[in-house]
Design a protein around this ligand. Structure first.
Ligand code: EPZ
Length: 421
């Protein structure tokens, strides 16, 4: 049996929905807890498949872990392995965050190269560069990242691009390196700042997170901490786009509006009404949208993870939109699925040309990756008729109780089980 989402389109979304904790923050913060000499309690962790994979990895390494009602308790004191198995590590992108952590604890780590969404080559050369800059010897043998260091010493890391993963891995290495590390050309995403805040709450000295240069004074003992993960920027954006796509009126609560500025500005440009205050954003729309141009950038630019959901909305905008994906080299595959629903789109290298059509029509489509799945949900919510989306596992990897949340604001969506053949 496999699962699909069946969505009847054309229903206005109305009401209030609360976002979950940030997936990309949680998957960076949880491994960091192993660097402490005592237990940590981390709240607002989304109950999603990626988190369950991480829990399996923590337990495999020997840590004690409890996870209930979005709160995780981790006792790292019984960790006694530095080589998580391929079966676990290959199931998500963030598994390689354990490499710098285990290197810091054992001065050795053997971590299979990460899995994750098929949106491009996703090399890890910048992660290797960061770890080597602090004294590690790193090689990839048979798909396994093998790192060892007699001593980790702080120094300068110059990233070739503001890679989120390389920034996370450099930070996680630097806290175990004696002396000061400066990470130049660092990523500035909200989850980088959240990781810095968690490390600081453990007793690390981390300055400059959210800017191009992060300074860390490492080599100090780190203790367990009580921490609450930031709300998920990308889930917030996906729900904002869903509200607009259905000519709805939705309040999304538990958010940090400043994290959403690039998307809010783009939706306003399209003629969508966006209001925000404190910890909520209200999105209203009349269902008619101006075409716009979008270029993905690192934070605070337009997030690549919202390119796919917004591109789905642009398929019914008035006019032609140009979407340029500058971060990943193959993040347009989902457009083939949108064409099945009547979208008029062409891709030339890293640019999608989207000619708005009157409406989309429900069809049987597939999610090709996590945010492609979100894009298919957006398309299905506004399409005429019924859409069945295969590959639901991708969507549930990154969105907690997504179908339940959408039903809570009026969507006609259900998870169905179908036989494999
Ligand atoms: C993180 O991936 C996120 N994943 C992605 O979210 C997100 O799309 C991406 O950052 C950009 O914001 C997690 O946080 C778990 P990068 P990551 O390193 O770290 C190239 C989602 O939907 N690059 O910033 O893999 C790389 O090929 C996922 O939640 C190198 O060339 O992204 C890409 O083209 C999808 N060498 C670009 O940089 C490197 O060593 C950005 O990659 C590292 C990256």
């Amino acid at each position: 049996m496999k699962e699909k989402l069946r969505i009847n389109g054309g229903v206005r979304l109305e009401g209030e929905v609360t976002v979950s904790g940030g997936k990309n923050a949680a998957v960076a913060i949880i491994p960091a807890a192993l660097l402490a000499d005592s237990p940590s309690t981390i709240e607002n962790i989304p109950d999603i498949n990626d988190v369950h994979v991480i829990i399996e990895m923590l337990r495999w390494l020997g840590a004690q872990v409890e996870f209930r009602e979005n709160t995780m308790w981790i006792d790292p004191r019984t960790v006694d392995k530095y080589n998580p198995p391929y079966e676990l590590a290959s199931r998500m992108r963030a598994s390689y965050y354990f490499a710098p952590v285990l290197l810091g604890v054992f001065r050795r780590a053997e971590v299979p190269l990460p899995g994750g969404c098929d949106i491009g080559a996703r090399p890890i050369d910048q992660t290797v560069k960061g770890m080597c800059a602090l004294g590690a010897k790193v090689e990839t043998l048979g798909g396994v990242l093998v790192a060892q260091a007699d001593e980790l010493i702080g120094g300068d890391i110059y990233l070739d691009m503001p890679s989120v993963g390389a920034t996370v891995n450099s930070m996680l290495t630097a806290v175990s390196a004696s002396g000061t590390t400066c990470i130049h050309n660092a990523a500035k995403e909200p989850h980088i700042v959240d990781l810095a805040n968690f490390l600081s709450s453990m007793g690390a000295v981390v300055k400059g997170a959210g800017t191009d240069v992060i300074r860390i004074r490492g080599g100090r003992p780190l203790h367990g901490a009580n921490y609450t993960v930031v709300p998920d920027q990308i889930e917030t954006g996906t729900l904002m786009i869903a509200a607009a796509a259905t000519a709805g009126d939705v309040v999304i609560s538990g958010v940090i509006p400043t994290h959403m500025e690039a998307l809010s500005a783009k939706l306003l440009e399209m003629g969508v009404n966006v209001q925000s205050e404190d910890d909520w954003i209200r999105v209203r729309s009349n269902g008619h949208f101006r075409a716009v141009n979008v270029k993905t950038q690192g934070y605070p630019g337009f997030p690549t993870d919202l390119q796919q959901p917004l591109s789905a909305l642009l398929t019914v905008a008035n006019g032609t939109s140009i979407v340029t994906e500058t971060i990943f080299e193959s993040r347009f595959r989902f457009l083939d699925e949108l064409r099945k629903m009547g979208a008029n789109v062409r891709v030339i290298e890293s640019t999608a040309i989207i000619n708005g059509v009157e409406r989309l029509v429900g069809a049987r489509v597939n999610a090709t990756d996590l945010r492609a799945g979100a894009a298919m949900v957006i398309a299905a919510l506004m399409a005429e008729g019924t859409t069945e989306i295969g590959g639901v596992g991708y969507i549930l990897r990154g969105y907690e109780r997504f179908d339940e949340k959408l039903r809570g604001i009026g969507a006609s969506v259900e998870k169905i089980r179908v036989s494999e053949n």
